[in-house]
Structures are given as C-alpha cells and as structure tokens.
Design a protein around this ligand. Sequence first.
Ligand code: HEM
Length: 190
Amino acid sequence: QSASNYIDPVNGFQFTGITDAETQVTYGVTFPPLATSGAQSTEFIGEVVAPVAAQWIGIALGGAMLQDLLLVAWPNAGSIVSSTRMASDYVQPTAYTGAATLTTLPETTINATHWKWVFRCQGCTSWTSSSGTTGSISVDGSGVLAWAYSSVGVDNPSDAESTFQEHTSFGFFGIDYSQAHTSNYQNYLE
Ligand code: HEM
C-alpha cells in the first residue's frame, strides 16, 4: 500500500496517508513547505482516525519497531494520551529521551464511533536510539511508515508512559514525502 493525498473532510487539512482496509484506521501526515535553501523544518502534523475498537495505535516513523521513533496514542476520559517511545528489542517500548515533542491539536475529536488524534510532532524528522544509531525521515524523498494497532487496552490509560501488551496487528506503507507538504501548514497551527 502506498500513501496518497487526501483532505480530511472535517478539519479540511491536507494529509498524505492511507486507510488500512482491515482495521479501518486512517494515518496521515503533512509537512511544512520544503525550504529551497538551508535546513529543512524538523516537524510535521499528523492524524490518526481510529474506530473505537482501536485501544491504542502506534506509528513508527522509520518504518520498523526497533531503534525507531515511535508515537503511541489512545483515548482516555475524553482526551488523547500520547507519548514518544523507543525500543531496542521486541519488548515494551520505553519513553524516548531525545528531543521530540508531541502536541495534541484542537482538531482532535472523540465520539461514539471514532477517535481522531490530530497532532504536531516537533523535532520528529530524525532520532537517535538508545544504542546510538540514528534514523530520519527524508522530507524531500521517500520512505516507509509503519503502524501498530491493538484491540487490547493499555494497563493504565491515564498515564502516558503506561505499559501495554504487544500489538494485535501491524502494517507498513510507502510514502513519497516530497509530495507531503502543504503551503497551508502554518494556518493549520493557528
Ligand atoms: C513487530 C513486539 C510495541 C511496531 C513486532 C514483533 C514483536 C513485537 C514480537 C515481531 C512480530 C512479527 O514479526 O511477527 C512488541 C511488543 C510491544 C510492541 C511486546 C509492546 C509491549 C510496538 C509499538 C509499535 C510497534 C508501540 C509502534 C509504535 C512494530 C512494527 C513491527 C513490530 C512496525 C513490524 C516491523 C518490525 O519487525 O520492526 N513487535 N511490539 N510495536 N512492532 Fe512491535
């Protein structure tokens, strides 16, 4: 599966992403306009639109579980609890200690059928693992994003660093990041 551009019909944001056919979860990301000179921005806006059967969702920014910057989120008491994580083995990912900041944006919604997490991820286009290896998103090239899904709730939903069990499903999609930029990016943050 590979990502294509879509407009979220409710918030109007343009994202690049997929809807997984099995779990019916949508994943989308969008980046600020490419800089024509100098360093690229290191942030993006993303969204996860999940049926309420999804107890937690993860996104692996480098397309694999290990040595990767992992975003994990679930709904709790009307809001979204989220964290950045890292794993060096196929066990419980722990808090990411590098400089990556997640902010839940006001377009986030939770209703009887779905939860939609719209977020800003700053300092998220490169990362360093606990063993010192590095990874990055090539904002003017292409890459692979991976997702993880669970139908089993986390152990302590009010705690962003909660433990949880292994995902019940995972998958991958290719993405052409060079096409995943929007000139409206700053407007989305206002
Ligand atoms: C793969 C365990 C959490 C993303 C795997 C595999 C295991 C595992 C055993 C290999 C499965 C296979 O090849 O069939 C766990 C456990 C977790 C956990 C025990 C938590 C307690 C996460 C989280 C994410 C994630 C939070 C994403 C945010 C992935 C992905 C794969 C995978 C993308 C497939 C690609 C790869 O092997 O790297 N996980 N996982 N996992 N996991 Fe996890």
